[in-house]
Ligand binder design. Structure first.
Ligand code: BES
Ligand code: MN
Length: 457
């Protein structure tokens, strides 16, 4: 049996940044690493080409009467920028104080390794384990999984006969309190461009006569929220799912405290929708966020111009039954309706993904036809976490997005059991990303118990 931490280090050395074509070598390296690791485990590995980054599919086949679990993960990572803020090389993992530091340590190479190591151990101890396993590790999660939907559609017949999906790519609040994630937000990305005069203008010669595109963009963008942080796009809150009492109870049991949260973030006030507290707003409400805005002179000193152009990047997080295409169209329409005369505007829709909700067994709103193997998987996961972490998990929705999870439900009819193995202090998508190695070790034990329970049928 390999050492999971050494294997993880090896994986983290491959700079698999999916968004930047300069990292092709890292993407290839990461894929080759997985291919040989799964090969060593005796799995049948297939590298499925896509328009962009291939998918790694590794299978343990067996008797069709055996249960079948798909284990999902992603081998791509976010860019390491700004690299100068890292205390050590983002692609040369180091262990300090019980944590492993590197880009991708938490999102998603570490948590993914928990399941790989668990399967390797389980199969080594019982080569006849009556369980079919398909690892589906994609390379485009951080850019919205453009190739996954066509892949699922093409392989629908073979994948849809699985019973459920198991993964760890979500958050737990602390190393003592694990969460089984039962909801993810959807997403839709938009890019807005405003164009005024045909070139940058001298602000002395023309200032006062024309609408400044940056000013127009700020005004329109500022109008998209009211002073209490409600989104003002007509219809924006349609199809927001209702929140069940048991969900509110679980969130209350989390005991999250707004003072601690503010301190953690380094801010002196939170700004949620007036009808929700901050922790509810993250999970139960859609948002409209400005991810970047630009235009005009950004260099040192000042420059007296009226810029010709301005742009903004927006993403909306979605919940419940919201349709990303519909919400994207509503936002686009609202922006275009507010553009002043003298400005030409375009709004392009980018990547999107649907929100996802699953109800664990035994809740008032659990579907009556919930598949038995899914119910058992939730129960086994709850038990395994209780034994290993010595505390039962909370079943909570999460604010992040993994668009493929809703796609697997839509296309394959499969629900997901999501075990949160990264923590708020792990710095996902930020400098000095790390993973708590004690959580990784325990995560392996949890995953192994779940796998053994699934094999029981
Ligand atoms: N692992 C995250 C999703 C996540 C983050 C779930 C925090 C729960 C809590 C995933 O890799 C990710 O970052 N997804 C992107 C998706 C987007 C690019 C379509 C996200 O949520 O921004
Ligand atoms: Mn992730």
């Amino acid at each position: 049996m390999f050492d999971p931490i050494e294997k993880l280090k090896e994986h983290l050395r491959h700079a698999s940044v999916s968004t930047d074509s300069a990292f092709k070598e890292g993407m290839n390296g990461s894929r080759d690493f997985l291919e040989s690791l799964f090969g060593e485990m005796g799995l049948k590995v297939e590298i499925v080409d896509t328009d962009l980054h291939p998918i790694v599919l590794a299978k343990r086949q067996g008797n069709p009467s055996w249960p079948h679990v798909i284990i999902y993960g992603h081998y791509d990572v976010q860019p390491a920028d700004p690299v100068e803020l890292w205390e050590s090389d983002p692609f040369e993992p180091v262990v300090r104080d019980g944590r492993i530091y590197a880009r991708g340590a938490a999102d998603n190479k570490g948590p993914q390794m928990a399941h790989i190591a668990a399967v390797a151990q389980a199969l080594e101890e019982n080569p006849d384990l009556p369980l079919r396993i398909t690892f589906l590790i994609e390379g485009e999660e951080e850019i919205g999984s453009p190739s996954l939907l066509p892949f699922l559609e093409a392989r629908k017949e073979e994948l849809s006969e699985a019973d459920l999906v198991l993964l760890s790519d979500t958050l737990s609040p602390s190393a003592d309190q694990l969460v089984v994630t039962v909801g993810l937000r959807g997403i839709v990305a938009l890019e807005v461009a405003f164009e005024g005069p045909k070139s940058d203008l001298h602000s002395g010669l023309h200032g006062g006569a024309v609408y400044n595109p940056l000013q127009a963009l700020f005004e329109v963008c500022a109008s998209l929220h009211d002073s209490e942080n409600r989104v003002t796009v007509p219809g924006f809150y349609d199809a927001v799912a209702q929140v069940e009492d048991w969900e509110r109870d679980e969130l209350a049991a989390l005991g999250a405290n707004e003072e601690d949260y503010k301190e953690f973030l380094g801010i002196d006030a939170l700004h949620p929708h007036p009808d929700y507290n901050a922790f509810e707003a993250i999970r139960y409400l859609p948002t409209l966020e400005f991810n970047g805005m630009g235009g005009g002179y950004q260099g040192e000193g000042s420059k007296t111009i009226i810029p010709s152009k301005a742009m903004a990047k927006i993403t909306c997080r979605l919940v419940g039954n919201q349709d990303p295409f519909k919400v994207g169209a509503l936002v686009k329409e609202a922006i275009l309706a507010r553009v002043p005369a003298g400005i030409k505007a375009t709004v392009e829709m980018g990547h999107e993904g649907s929100p996802y909700l699953v109800v664990p067994p035994g809740r008032p709103n659990t579907p009556e036809d919930q598949p038995v193997r899914l119910a058992k998987a939730f129960e086994a996961t709850g038990r395994a976490i209780t034994e290993v972490f010595e505390k039962p998990p909370l079943f909570l929705r999460e604010g992040g997005s993994i668009p493929i999870i809703a796609d697997m439900k839509k296309v394959l009819g499969l629900d997901s059991v999501m075990v949160g193995l990264f923590l708020p202090e792990d710095n996902l998508h930020a400098p000095n990303e790390s993973l708590n190695l004690a959580v990784l070790e325990k995560g392996i034990q949890v995953s192994k118990k779940v796998i053994l329970a699934l094999a029981e049928g």
